[in-house]
Design a protein around this ligand. Structure first.
Ligand code: ZN
Ligand code: ZN
Length: 362
């Protein structure tokens, strides 16, 4: 298992000026600024200077107290940045290429050991020794743990994907949460069958839903969207969806990306259909299940949480390829300097907030 090396086996990298991390202390408290003048890289670790981070809905949920989190904590798990130091024994991108100083990269929210039973079974996001960027209490030997900072210390076991210079940071930052999760959801829903002409119904036009719409539509699916907001529905049309009508169900693949329409999503699947639950990432009341209906329709109901390295690679390939035809960059409605992290989080949770608010540490 990959564990944090003791100090005397680490390579010191000093930072002048010191790296800056915004540390969240608890509900209702302003972020504290922590200066980190150096990090100790373990074998296979990488130090990245962050170019842009976006505020995910789960960051907002944490700050509002809707989910528990160990504090003090550096939030943020949607970022793009540039490699500024690599451990001397080398570090590798998810495609196997050696990472080099200067590479522009995105990285997985999870750090996985690669050897435990869950990793071996392909569930690397549920590794027995799991760590997650933006979710860990800061501590000695690993302080730069989240995206709301000038730098992040990527540990061995992180899926790191090199990204082209030409793509806007606003498109790339959400890759490591929204886009990769959407890629995992669509892939799971398709489950080996072709998306060409498949009827896909997406509940929720947040960034996961919009990304799923674009991925499915680009593969030739007929995609309909359900969202209470007329503005979100109109935006979803630019990602390839039509607004759902009474004809939109039954669908071959139903993706529930809101967390608020689980019963409707399960009911909307046609014979042999697949229902992918991906939006239920916050506590909610249990949902009654009509088991007989699921049985008689031969419906598969599946959950997707986070993603694997392969799915992050797929998401980035989509964004750098056909995804360029969709208005992903417009999802970021405001960019704040890192020093305004509290204002950025307030803006991200305000009524009518843009899909993403970004933080620029430079
Ligand atoms: Zn997220
Ligand atoms: Zn593992």
């Amino acid at each position: 298992m990959r564990t944090l090396l003791p100090y005397d086996e680490r390579e010191d990298v000093t930072l002048r000026p010191a790296a800056v991390a915004k540390v969240w202390l608890g509900v209702g408290q302003a972020h504290e600024t922590v200066a980190v003048p150096g990090v100790g890289l373990g074998r296979g670790d990488v130090l990245v200077a962050i170019e842009l981070s976006t505020v995910c809905g789960s960051d907002v949920h944490t700050v509002q107290g809707h989910r528990t989190a160990p504090t003090p904590l550096v939030l943020g798990h949607e970022s793009v940045g540039r490699v500024i130091a690599v451990s001397t024994d080398g570090a590798f991108a998810a495609d196997g290429a050696q990472l080099r100083v200067g590479d522009r990269v995105v990285w997985s929210v999870t750090v996985s050991c690669g050897t435990c039973d869950r990793c071996a079974a392909g569930f690397t996001q549920k590794c027995r020794a799991l760590a997650k960027y933006g979710h860990e209490r800061i501590g000695p030997r690993w302080e730069l743990t989240g995206g709301f900072a000038s730098h992040v210390h990527l540990r061995s076991g992180t899926a790191i994907v090199r990204v082209p210079e030409m793509l806007p940071a606003a498109v790339l930052a959400p890759a490591s949460c929204a886009t990769a999760t959407a890629w995992a959801a669509v892939t799971r829903g398709a489950a080996g069958r072709t998306l060409e002409s498949a009827r896909v119904l997406v509940y929720g036009a947040g960034l996961v839903g919009l990304s799923a719409i674009a991925i499915a539509a680009d593969a030739g699916a007929q995609v309909a969207v359900v969202d209470p907001s007329p503005e979100r529905r109109a935006f979803a049309e630019r990602f390839g969806a039509t607004a759902a009508t009474t004809d939109s169900a039954p669908a071959d693949i139903v993706i529930e990306a809101s967390g608020h329409a689980v019963s409707d999503a399960i009911a909307a699947a046609d014979i042999g259909g697949a229902v992918v639950l991906v939006g239920s990432v916050f506590p909610a009341d249990p949902v009654p299940v009509d088991a007989e209906s699921i049985v008689r329709r031969l419906v598969t109901v599946t959950g997707v949480h986070n993603y694997t390295a392969r799915e992050l690679v797929g998401a980035v390939a989509f964004l750098t390829g056909p995804g360029r035809g969709y208005p992903f960059a417009e999802a970021v409605g405001a960019v704040h300097p890192l020093s305004e992290v509290d204002a950025a989080l307030a803006a991200a949770s305000a009524p009518g907030a843009p899909l993403r608010v970004a933080l620029d540490p430079r």
